[in-house]
Design a binder for this molecule. Structure first.
Ligand SMILES: *Cc1c(COP(=O)(O)O)cnc(C)c1O
Length: 397
């Protein structure tokens, strides 16, 4: 998945434009910037590629999620449904605006289980936030119907699945809002950066204002703006946006490489009947950033994962024991360890559905291995890796 692997002349050229003009900020300084508006150009490129009316860049994917929630008017005491398997950014963004994260089980799609989502809805629920982990998506048709039935917002975290699609539409463009991350390890990178996309004009207008201190961006000079509401600083710099502008034009090239490498690994593993692949919902196309599969038991999975590492098959992850991605190791969230006081609702809040039993998530994640698909591997390297991967699993079943 990492865009950092393929980095070269086009990125350098874009960054040089910014260095030559000296305008490192995305707003203002019109006379000095030699016609370079890297953040604006990247927003235009993204909204075209993602088939949405609007795109707005932020300083990170976590910032984009926070801004997306704030733009949609989500705030103190509102409940946001999120999965047990994700990245810490999910609950961080929810807590940042004073809302309450409600953890919900994942299934063999490795994303939100729609039935569990429906069971978790209360009169305080405002948002369902599926996270398209490891390159594939939640059952968006089912989640959309639930959101419609209960009048909830659908916010897609597509940070790990840029370029994937669902019934022909780009991931991120299907919900009311969608978010991407362009940090250093994502499919395309800005160094640090993120974006939200939407077709909703109000959300977009709120988003660019909120992420720039609540300025309305209507003043003739930088600083002459009015302040329709409180905001924050989640701006991206022109330097970061310049890198992203080069990377976004290479997205399809990166996806093709990921698909080739993924397919070689998958075909090899398909020869083992004990290996079951992660379920991709009908109509879904992955972005091929990871190959995800289940082994017969937790014990076998742990053993295989360990031996893979020893045998030099690197970049294969066992999320069940991972600190960043699975609820079992989030002691800071589970034990409410905060530097300051959390919104009082949170204390009784996030386990409020009395769902402390995530054995359904454990059932799947305990048997999951995800192998990162790199862009820089040659075809020969992938073929060798495929043999090693398959033989290691076969020997340890
Ligand atoms: C990387 C990531 C984020 C956050 O992105 P940053 O740019 O690192 O803040 C959010 N959600 C998921 C699923 C991610 O993988």
């Amino acid at each position: 998945m990492p865009g950092f692997e393929l980095f070269g002349d086009s990125e350098r050229k874009q960054v040089q434009d910014v260095l030559d003009s000296g305008v490192l900020m995305r707003y203002g300084f019109d006379g000095m910037r030699n016609g370079h508006w890297k953040a604006k150009e990247l927003e235009t490129a993204l909204s075209h590629r993602m088939q949405t009316t609007y795109a707005h860049l932020c300083s990170s994917g976590t910032a984009a999620l926070t801004v997306a929630l704030a733009s949609a008017g989500v705030g103190a005491g509102d409940e946001v449904i999120m999965p047990t398997f994700t990245f810490a950014a999910s609950f961080e963004s929810i807590l940042a605006i004073g809302a309450v994260p409600i953890l919900v089980d994942v299934d063999d799609t490795l994303t939100l289980n729609p039935e569990a989502v429906e069971n978790a809805i209360t009169e305080n629920t405002k948002v369902v936030m599926p996270v398209h982990m490891c390159g594939s998506m939640a059952d968006l048709g089912a989640l959309k119907s639930i959101c419609k039935k209960y009048n909830l917002l659908l916010l897609e975290d597509a940070c790990q699945a840029i370029g994937g699609s669902y019934h022909g539409k780009p991931l991120g463009s299907i919900g009311d809002l969608g978010c991407f991350s362009f940090d250093y390890v994502k499919t395309i990178t800005c160094g640090e950066g993120g974006a939200l996309i939407t077709n909703n004009e109000t959300f977009y207008e709120n988003a660019h204002k909120y992420s720039d201190h609540g300025h309305d961006h209507l003043g003739s000079d930088r600083g002459a703006e009015e302040h329709p509401f409180l905001g924050y600083n989640f701006r991206i710099s022109e330097l970061n946006a310049a890198v992203g502008l080069a990377q976004v034009s290479r997205l399809d090239e990166f996806l093709a490489l990921q698909k080739r490498n993924y397919t070689i690994l998958r075909e090899a593993l398909s020869k083992l009947p004990e290996v079951i692949f992660r379920k991709v919902p009908d109509g879904g196309v992955e972005n091929y950033s990871f190959l995800n599969f289940f082994l017969p038991t937790e014990e076998i999975t742990r053993k295989v994962h360990k031996v893979l590492g020893k045998n030099g098959v690197d970049a294969c992850f066992y999320w069940y024991d991972n600190n960043w991605h699975y609820y079992r190791k989030w002691e800071h969230l589970l034990e409410q360890k905060s530097l300051g006081k959390l919104p009082s609702e949170v204390k009784k809040g996030f386990n409020r559905n009395s769902v402390t039993d995530f054995s359904k998530s454990d059932h799947w994640i305990g048997r999951t291995i995800s192998c990162l698909v790199k862009l820089s591997w040659t075809e020969e390297e992938v073929r060798k890796r495929a043999i090693k991967l398959t033989e290691t699993i076969k020997k340890n079943l």
